[in-house]
Design a protein around this ligand. Sequence first.
Ligand code: ADP
Ligand code: MG
Length: 174
Amino acid sequence: MSLPLYLIGARGCGKTTVGQALALALGYAFSDTDKHLQQTTGLTVTEIVAAEGWQGFRQRESLSLQAVTADRTVIATGGGMVLAAENRQFMREHGQVIYLKADAAVLAARLEAYPEQAQRPTLTGRPIADEMVDVLAARDKLYHEAAHYIIDAMQQPEVVVEEIISALALARAS
Ligand code: ADP
Ligand code: MG
């Protein structure tokens, strides 16, 4: 097993937290598409969206996904990465795709507890809990469609990491 592992899911599902721990456990590198985007443009997500709109951001996001793709790498993707069919296909073709699934209420609680980590304008300007319900309603199907594995991300991060490793090991053994 050396293909890239893509973590997908809504903001707050633990892509960064779980991704870093998973990379450490596997001896893989860790990349984050949002971080790559910020480092290559010198702009925050908020600034890119302000300057180029969400459409401009989405185009740059696809390029970041391709740029960070490498063997033996855990890749945390932006929450909206699955919106483009092109991105869903790219991830499925190049590696194993893991959906970190959590309820809207759990996601909202996490983001509200650490608003400084939210880093991104809300999509609608409404309360985060309401927005998460809508985001998941729109994207849950796409996360499922893109994913090879669906993992319950409402457990402790160490448990989430263990479940991912078990799922990958079982797939290898079969
Ligand atoms: P993402 O990268 O998917 O947006 P993060 O890894 O940044 O999510 O996590 C968002 C917040 O939720 C952080 O404060 C993090 O500590 C917390 N968190 C992440 N995963 C878990 C988990 N499995 N259980 C409890 N809190 C978590
Ligand atoms: Mg993150």
